[in-house]
Ligand binder design. Structure first.
Ligand SMILES: [Ca+2]
Length: 324
């Protein structure tokens, strides 16, 4: 199953499913997705916001970044259910208030699952790559969804036909450690149920970038060279870390690794471990089980993290239109 054959040509059509509002690496991940789109390697079909921002500004933050990169029209969907904790963001309100954007308050944005269904219905069979860099809540809803105005297909069949692969920042590999489940899998308000439903039921291949991959890759300081009109720079500047903020100290690149592995050949930078499946247990903990029929794979370190950090920092800090 893995490595998957690369698509023949043209940009990879991507839907980004983000919990923009908690950590700033979601902003960094969206930045490099735009850089890869500028380079003709990716096409951004839609952005889905799965978090619950106390300020109601997560969608505006996504839109501010999309607008900065010259793509204000990327369709934006928002999760309106209750499967995650409300989070007070360090940066979403500042991006809403200080940068041009085209989004309404989160509560008034289009419903996420309906937007997923419309975006998939309009795509070519076997083409779409979904990149999940937050909770798996909306993906669980998508799989369970029934026919609607967007498509006559049920969610499972719609995904089976249109989605080439799902790339998930989540879990730990080969297994969770004693500190408990990884954050995105656990989704503490919902006891790992969404991750379990998605990982167990997903009908096409899944590639995981586990906690340990991004945790070793510190990025952000390169953004200091960009101007104050860059909302991603502002997000890193506002995100506090021990004795400073992420713009000077850096922050792990959990979400950026998932975007890179989704758009570029992951085997160039990582060992891609396939031949098995990820099993999610009650609280969102996970283990890896060898299975010759398994359709899952996970990233293991190959390229030194310092080299990947330089490359990710370069992509994050590139001005709009300047990634060759
Ligand atoms: Ca995230």
């Amino acid at each position: 199953m893995f490595p998957l054959a690369r698509q023949a040509s043209g940009p990879v059509p991507v839907i980004l499913d983000t919990d923009m509002c908690g950590d700033c690496d979601d902003a960094g991940a969206l930045a490099i997705l735009h850089g890869l789109a500028d380079a003709g390697e990716a096409a951004i079909l839609a952005c889905i916001v799965n978090s619950r921002d106390e300020e109601g500004a997560a969608g505006a933050a996504v839109s501010a970044i999309n607008t900065f990169y010259g793509r204000p029209g990327v369709p934006l969907g928002k999760y309106h259910g209750g499967h995650s904790k409300r989070v007070r963001s360090a940066y979403t309100a500042a991006l809403r208030d200080g940068f041009p954007h085209g989004a309404t308050a989160d509560d008034d944005l289009p419903e996420a699952t309906a937007l997923y269904r419309r975006a998939l219905a309009g795509a070519e069979d076997g083409s779409v790559v979904i990149v999940s860099i937050g909770f798996l809540t909306v993906l669980a809803e998508l799989l369970a969804s029934g026919p609607d105005a967007g498509s006559t297909l049920g969610g499972m069949e719609l995904v089976r036909r249109r989605v080439r692969q799902l790339v998930v920042m989540g879990g730990q590999f080969p297994a969770s450690n004693t500190r408990g489940p990884e954050f995105n899998f656990a989704n503490a308000e919902h006891d790992g149920q969404d991750a379990r439903a998605v990982v167990d039921g997903w009908p096409t291949p899944i590639l995981f970038s586990g906690y340990e991959i991004g945790a070793a890759i510190f990025t952000g300081p390169a953004l200091a060279a960009s101007g104050p009109d860059n909302p991603v720079r502002r997000a890193y500047e506002l995100y506090a870390v021990e004795s400073g903020h992420a713009l000077t100290k850096g922050r792990p690149s959990w979400d950026q690794t998932a975007v890179l592995a989704a758009v570029r050949d992951p085997a160039l930078d990582w060992e891609v471990v396939g031949g098995g499946r990820c099993v999610v247990t009650g609280d969102g903990s996970n283990t890896w089980e060898p299975d010759p029929q398994g359709t899952h794979a996970y990233l293991a370190v190959k390229t030194p993290p310092e080299e990947l950090a330089r490359r990710i920092d370069g992509l994050m800090a590139a001005a709009p239109g300047c990634v060759a």
